[in-house]
Every structure is written in C-alpha cells, then in structure tokens.
Ligand binder design. Structure first.
Ligand code: FAD
Length: 493
C-alpha cells in the first residue's frame, strides 16, 4: 500500500488492536511483536522511522561489560541472550566484532580478563569466540596504530555490531509483512477517550496536514526521550520519568585504525568508557554522557564533547586524528529512566521501565537497542493483560527480519566512498517510505553518518532521482536541498 491508500484504509473506521506511538527501536519492535502474534497494528512516527535515538547509537549489540562492575548480572544476562537472537534473526545487518583492551598498568590485564571471563560465562554457549589475554606483540598486530609507549599487552574479546537504522527499517518492513500499517511523518497529537479510558489517538499527517481519528483497544507510548510529552497528553504530571543524556560520536577514516578490531578503554581518568570502533569503512570514536534538560529531535553536539573525545582518544593512537580528520559528528539522546537518588546520568541504569496509567496508556522507556525484542515482548504481554484481547504468545525469538536491500537491482554507486545506487534511491522511495532527502541520506543509506562532505556532494543527484519518482517539481527539490544543507551543519564543527 502507498501512503495515500494507507490513510484511506485508516478512514474506514477500523478499530485496531494496537496503536503504537513512535517508530524507533522500541515502537518498531512492538509493532513486529504484536503483528506477528496475529493482532492488527497501526504505528505512527512523528518524523521518519529511527530519526531519533535509534539511528544514533554506537551500533553495538552487547551485554554491557561495564555493568558487571555494578553487579547488574541480570541485565547483562538478558542482553547477551538477546545478542544471540538478534545475530541469528538479522544476520544481514549484524556482524561479530573483535575488541582489544590495551593495558598500560600491570595488574589491570588480569582484572579485565577476569571481568571478560565472567562475561563469557554469562553468555553461555554463545557462538562468539571467548576472550583471552594477549601479549604486547599481539596487541600491536591487531591494532597497528595503537600507541605502544608503556603498552604491556591487553585483553581481546568479541561482541556484536549492527547498522541501527537499517535494522529499524527492516523490522518495520517485516511488521508490514505480518499486516501492520506503519506511518512516518504522522504525529500523535491527542487521545480519544471514552469514560476516561483511552480508545485511540488523533494523528496529524504532516505531509498533507490532515488530521485522522484512529481507534484501538490498546495504545502503547514508545517515544523514547519524548515519552513525557505523550504522557502529558493523557494527564499532567510534575514527575519527570525520563532523564535524557546526550552522547556524541566522531567519525574518522579507517586508516587511523588499520584494522578490523576496535579498541576499548573501560575507564578514562574521569571514569568514562572510550572506544574506537571500525564501522562501514570508517571508525567511530566516542562517546560522551551529558545530562540535558529538553530533548530535541536533531540534537547538537557541544564543542566541549568533540574536544573531550578527541583529546582523550588521541593518547591511544600513534598517528593521531586531528579536528580536520573528522568526517562527521553525530549525537543521540539516551532515554534513561529517572532515579532521583542518582544524580549523574552515567550512574543511571540502562534498564527499561514499562508502566500503565489509569486511562490505560502503556508507556515503555529506557533500555538498549540490543534488548529491543525482549522489551517489546514484555510490553505487549503487559498490554494484553487486563485487555479484552485473547492472549497469543510472542513469536519474535524465531522471527527472521526481512532484508529490505535484498530486492534492489544491482547497479553502480553514484559515490566512490558510499554505496548508493540510483535503483536503491528509487527503492527507498517506492518500498521503504522515504519522503525527504534526509530519510535517504541518513537512515536508508548511512551517508550523513559517515561523511558530511560526500553527502553534500551527492544530495543534488539524490534529490533529482527522488523528484522523478515522487513527481515533484524544482521548487520542492530546492526546498529539500536547503533544509538538508541546514541539517548537515549539526554534523560538522
Ligand atoms: C549515544 C548513544 C549510544 C548508544 N549505543 C547503543 C549501543 O551501542 N547498543 C545498544 O544496544 N543501545 C545503544 N543505545 C541505546 C539505544 O539507541 C536506545 O535505547 C534506543 O534507540 C531507544 O529507542 P526508542 O525507540 O525507545 O527511542 P527513539 O529511537 O528515540 O524513538 C522514539 C520515536 O518517537 C517519535 N515520537 C516522538 N513524539 C511523537 C509523537 N507525538 N507521535 C509519534 N511519534 C513520536 C520520535 O520521533 C522518535 O523517532 C545508545 C544510545 C545513545 C544515545
């Protein structure tokens, strides 16, 4: 169904079993979980799918080694189980990745090794190679550009890696195959209530500016850092459920790592984690953890964050990256569950929280991309309890995620740096609901997350192909280019 047909379908006074608000990892996961159980589902995303935090992660599928230090064994166990499910069900957008923790202080090698052995143990019979202690020569072999001054050796371990927004879009496409109806650029603006119980939502289609009344038996709020604004549509509460924390990443060329292995510094002098991770022919450096007050859909990196990452990471490289080597910068907001007893965001747990209000609204906040499937399963289970719907069991543990890119005709990329062909652009518009230039540059292809200058160079070509497919005029093309150029300013210094 195209967008117009989908909205016509909404107008037919249908009552859905589920309405999902928000199309990030959690919302898309809930849409897939509920639709694959056999329920009817409509999902509304205010911007584009994964425009929020879900395209801005570090792209690791992990248990979170550092939570072991905080004795959060259950959290790590659950995430490691999910790591395996995700690697099996979405093998086309996931891969194993090796890490080295370089060690410069004698006893630390054994401390990290012990922690990682515990990580191996908790992961059970996972198909990841086990961690091991390595000598200085091996560290240098795996990381040819590592600073070897004072290097004593290291510990090597493995985790999972993925393409976050591509996975999100593929989860959405899979949900549609199970009959779910997904809308991007559709904002939930208010609730429909009957006797104070939520019976649906009013949605604004920001493309046509039309408002639709959509009814359902259950409404789930999956709006991440924006959850509070949806809860406030239901009832005004002075209590803040979310404490957003900003994390910035810098992207540099692969030549700085010269390796398929990344490195991880578990504790910088101020107690933060630092890493350099190979991803798609580039290297991601990060990250920061800064509390912020008001969430924004396009968060702006702070100069202090950029300086912090660069200054600290430089110490571990022989050939050192400079500001001019940064190809792009991206920033995401963590939807951390507020805990008034803990003041700093780096101390807040990455646990999720699911709760239901008197009016029946289910909200789910927090968590990680890695555990999106489990969180979605739990949320749908809770939503079904006390509802009129018959309980059907989740099937997503064994549901294969559809590979949207598998149906693209093979033709030549328009870029030497990034894989982006004319037929893929047509495919994104026709089959993956891409409406704006940013949808293709940022989340269908990952151009803007890899290289700002290349994105600016390609943008006129991409928008022209989009315009032909969408039957848009030159004015539309110019407006698209203007707003994209404006957006790219957030991705460079
Ligand atoms: C810097 C950083 C690094 C991370 N790294 C990792 C990692 O390596 N591995 C990992 O597992 N996890 C990682 N995470 C965590 C992970 O990315 C998040 O937990 C996850 O993406 C949250 O998804 P979400 O769906 O809850 O929120 P979001 O992705 O933010 O989705 C919420 C959506 O709701 C939409 N919305 C808001 N208001 C409305 C409305 N009125 N109507 C309709 N839609 C609305 C928004 O537009 C948005 O798209 C990281 C997070 C950050 C910030």
């Amino acid at each position: 169904m195209n967008r117009k047909q989908k909205f016509e379908y909404l107008n037919k006074n249908k009552v859905f079993d589920f309405i999902i608000v928000g199309g990030g990892a959690t919302g898309l996961g809930c849409a897939l979980d509920a639709s694959s159980r056999g329920y009817s589902v409509a999902l509304f995303e205010k911007h584009d799918f994964c425009k929020g935090t879900s395209s801005r992660s570090t792209k690791l599928i992990h248990g979170g080694v550092r939570y072991l230090e905080k004795f959060q064994f259950k959290l790590v166990y659950e995430a490691l189980k999910e790591r395996d499910f995700l690697m099996k069900n979405a093998s086309h957008v996931t891969n194993k990745i090796g890490f080295v923790i370089p060690v410069y202080k004698p006893l630390l090698k054994f401390y990290y090794w012990f922690g990682l052995k515990l990580y191996d143990l908790i992961s059970g019979d996972s198909f990841f190679p086990k961690s091991k202690i390595i000598n200085k020569k091996k560290v240098q072999e795996l990381l040819p550009n590592i600073n070897n001054k004072g290097l004593l050796g290291g510990v090597c371990f493995f985790d999972g890696q993925f393409n976050d927004s591509r996975l999100g879009i593929d989860i959405g496409l899979t949900a549609e195959k199970f009959g779910a109806t997904l809308f991007n650029y559709s904002s939930v603006e208010s609730f429909i209530k009957h006797n104070d119980i939520i019976k649906g939502v009013n949605v604004r289609d920001s493309v046509s500016n039309n408002i639709y009344e959509v009814k359902s038996k259950i409404v789930i709020n999956c709006t991440g850092v924006f959850s509070q604004s949806i809860i406030n549509l239901d009832y005004e509460t002075p209590k803040n459920i979310i404490k957003p924390s900003q994390g910035t990443h810098l992207v540099i060329e692969r030549r700085f790592l010269k390796s398929d292995f990344g490195f991880l510094i578990p504790k910088t002098p101020d107690g933060r984690v630092l890493f350099a991770i190979p991803w798609q022919n580039s290297v991601i450096l990060g990250t920061t953890d800064n509390e912020i007050n008001e969430p924004e859909i396009d968060p702006k990196p702070k100069l202090s964050e950029i300086n912090y990452i660069l200054k600290n990471v430089k110490q571990y490289f022989r050939e050192k990256p400079e500001k001019t080597d940064i190809k792009t910068i991206y920033t995401g907001l963590r939807p951390l569950v507020a805990d008034s007893s803990k003041s700093k965001s780096k101390d807040l747990s990455r646990k999720h929280k699911i709760f239901k209000t008197k009016s029946g609204l289910i909200s789910v906040v927090g968590g990680k991309w890695t555990t999106y499937r489990k969180i979605s399963e739990k949320t749908v289970d809770i939503a079904l309890k006390n509802s009129d719907l018959k309980f059907l069991k989740s099937k997503t543990r064994k549901t294969k995620i559809f590979n949207g890119l598998s149906i693209i005709k093979n033709d030549k990329s328009i870029s030497k740096i990034i894989d982006l062909s004319p037929s893929s652009i047509v495919h994104f518009v026709r089959n993956e609901m891409a409406i704006n230039l940013d949808d293709i540059m940022s989340r269908r292809s990952r151009c803007l997350f890899l290289n700002v200058d290349e994105s600016l160079r390609l943008a006129p070509k991409v928008v022209k192909i989009m315009a032909e497919e969408l039957q848009k005029d030159e004015k539309w093309q110019n407006e698209q280019l203007k707003s994209f150029i404006e957006l790219t300013k957030l991705y460079k210094i």
